[in-house]
Each structure stands twice: as C-alpha cells, then as structure tokens.
Design a protein. Structure first.
Length: 410
C-alpha cells in the first residue's frame, strides 16, 4: 500500500467531512483517542457561552432558564443511540468506577443466594478493584473470581451472581462476544455487567440485541467529552424498578426539591443518579455528542476496520525484524478500534514516536497501543505514522535516554 492509494481511500471516505469538527494540532498524528479524545471547537464555543452567559449572567436561574437540570437526560439520549439502548435506559452521571459500584451492588442484591463476581483476569484493574472493595464492604462472603478469557464459559456456575466484563480489552483491543457470553450467563442464572469504555463511539454496540442487563462507559475516550468527562450507565428497563442503588443521593429521589428526610427512589433510570450534575463537564460532553447524530455507525465500523488492517499490514511490511509482536487479534471481527504490538522497548519506542509527532501510548509491561478513531483519522495518517515508526526502529532512536524517562502518567 503506497501513499497515493491511501489518499484515494481518504477521498472516497464517507466520514471525511467529520475531521474538520476536531482541533488537531499541526504536525501531530493522534493515535490515542482510545485514552482521550481531542478537543472540538464546538465544545470550546459552547463552554464559552455557558461560562460567560448562563453562569456569568444567568447565575442560579440557569438551572431552569438554560435547562441545566435536563442536561443528564439529553446527553443520555444521544449516547443511547450509540449503544443500542432506549433513552430511558441510560443515565449520564459520575465516573465509570462509581457507576460500576452502583450497578454491581444493585445486581448482587438481586442474586442474594449467590456470592461470586466472575471477571476476566486481564480486565481493566479499576473494575476489579471496585469489585474487590464492594465484596469486602458487604461483608457477606462475596468473592471476586478471575478466569482467563477462554475459560469464562466454563467458570460460569450456579454460584456466580454477576459476570463483569469489558467488551473491548484495554491492552490488546480484543473484543468479547457480548451476545454469546450474556446468553451463557443468563442460562446459568447470572446477571451481566458490561464495561463499554473502549466500545462506545468506536464501534456499533447493541445492548438490546445482546439482552444485556447493565453497562457502564466513559465519555472522554471515543466520545471526545474532555478529560474526566461524566460517564454513563445502562440498566435494562425491566430491571430498573427491581434494583436499588447504594448511593441514594438527592438527584435520584422521586421529588428532590421536596427536601423530605426519607429517601424515596425515582421511577426508572433517574434513580441511579446521585449528586448535583457537574454542569461545565456535562455541557462539554453534550456538545461533543452532537456530531454523533449524523454519524452512520456502519460506516464508522467499516472505516475502523480499514484503518486497523492498514496499520497491521504496513507495520509488518515496514518494521519486520525489529522484534515487534502483534498482540491484538488478527481477525478483524475480534478487534475493537485499536491495534497493539508488544516490544521489550515498548515504552521508549512510543516516546520516540511521540517526539516525531505520532502519539500513541504504552501499557505495562511491554504493549504499544494505537487507537484509530474513524471520525478524524485518515488512511494517509496511518501511512505516515508507520513511516515514523520504521524510522524510530531503524535509527534505534528509542535508545536515547530522553525516551526512557517515565512521567506520572504513561
């Protein structure tokens, strides 16, 4: 594949117009949207309007006059379309970890005779930490049981209360079969809680078709809501009235402004809210989500697969003999929208690549991750990034001591 072929592919790309909606620094190829999406000028403008006008002049009146109180529901409706859910099955609130805590606690209460939370050994650590912490807090003999990805089906038994999984693995990009695993868990009487942090905005998700029980996800990766953007949660409609949240905050009350001493949960998804909505970060997320109203998710997935396949082919053609090892699944349908290679000098290679203007990231112990966000990445960007990677490897630029210095965030 040469540069001209990549340019022709970009010219025929049905999503090419969306690239202009992002502020991409000159000279930078951004392959880290799976960690933090880039800024959108529309978000910057909207925040300016809210700060100067709605907050600056409207003050507290803007909860009503500017519709701040309805922001969580409006953002949730936009996310619902991306994950195969109805608007009244999604809430935007808190962080992914807090939402996971709330839903996991509610799910365990629905299976009182069972004590096992089953998850994958390589699951995102915070999900496992939350599960461990909740099990200890409950003090009723709950236990987090871990299995390798290929052994999850066999590990599902009558003791499992909840199967807790991330659909797309944060290290390798490997994608679980959501429908098959959900069905297997249901056949054994367990509930399923999915983490969509590396799915939403990267590929079409269909929670309804999978008959998923619950899900959580974040707003700052492929959804481009900004650093620390509010997260979202999903609870299937028929489970909502059965579940209680351990964080019974005022925004989840049936009548929050009655200020009565006793808690009475709101009906439906509203009950999973807790504290006051963070308006500035919610405004940023809501503004970033507007673009998704126009995105064809089938075209998004097709371009994602094309970008990832091109990257793998070019890396293996241009960078062979340097000890790189593909750790992402080779089969396209088993991947999310990222590609990972392992190398003993992975950290330093990524730093040298960043110094050249191609930003990926590193995950311990040796994994170089490259995320492919179809709304703003081009095939020519992929070509150029691989050229830079080849130059880093051929010139052994990763041996420079500057590229071995680790910051607090890697």
């Amino acid at each position: 594949m040469d540069r001209e072929t990549c340019r022709r592919m970009d010219a025929a790309d049905p999503l090419r117009r969306f690239r202009d909606a992002f502020r991409l620094p000159e000279g930078v190829i951004y392959l880290d949207g799976n960690s933090l999406g880039p800024l959108m000028p529309a978000v910057e403008r909207r925040l300016g309007q809210v700060i100067a006008g709605e907050w600056g002049r409207g003050l507290i009146r803007s909860w009503n006059d500017a519709g701040w109180i309805g922001l969580p529901a409006r953002a949730a409706a936009r996310i619902a379309r991306l994950i195969g859910a109805a608007p009244d099955e999604v809430a935007v609130a808190d962080s992914t970890s807090i939402n996971l805590f709330k839903l996991l606690a509610g799910a365990l209460a629905l299976r009182p005779a069972r004590r096992i939370i089953l998850s994958e050994r390589g699951n995102f650590p915070t999900d496992l930490y939350v599960a461990e912490g909740l099990a200890g807090l409950l003090g009723r003999g709950h236990e987090l049981r871990l299995a390798e990805a290929g052994a999850l089906m066999a590990a599902l038994d009558e003791d499992v209360a909840v199967l807790l999984l991330t659909e797309v693995d944060f290290r390798t990009g490997r994608r679980h079969d959501m429908r098959a695993l959900t069905r297997a868990a249901h056949d054994r009487g367990a509930l399923v809680l999915w983490d969509l942090a590396h799915s939403a905005g990267a590929l079409p998700v269909d929670l309804a078709a999978a008959d998923a029980d619950m899900a959580v996800g974040c707003g700052y990766k492929y959804l481009n809501g900004g650093p620390g953007a509010p997260a979202f949660l999903y609870v299937r409609r028929d489970l909502q009235e059965q579940m209680a949240t351990p964080l019974a905050g005022w925004m989840g009350h049936a009548a929050p402004f009655d200020f009565v001493p006793g808690y009475r949960p709101a009906r439906g998804i509203q009950r999973f809210l807790c504290g006051t909505p963070p308006i500035l970060s919610l405004v940023a997320l809501d503004a970033a989500l507007e673009i998704w109203d126009e995105v064809d998710l089938a075209a998004l997935r097709a371009k994602s697969l094309s970008l990832c396949e091109l990257f793998i082919a070019l890396v293996e053609a241009r960078c062979g003999g340097h000890g790189l090892h593909l750790v992402s699944p080779r089969e396209p349908e088993r991947r999310g929208s990222q590609v990972s290679f392992a190398h003993a000098e992975g950290f330093a290679i990524v730093q040298a690549l960043i110094a050249r203007g191609a930003i990926g990231d590193f995950r311990s112990p040796d994994i170089m991750r490259f995320g492919f966000a179809p709304l703003y990445l081009r095939h020519e960007d992929v070509y150029d990034a691989v050229e830079m990677l080849a130059e880093v490897l051929n010139g052994r630029e990763y041996e420079d001591p500057r590229h071995r210095v680790r910051g607090s965030v890697t």
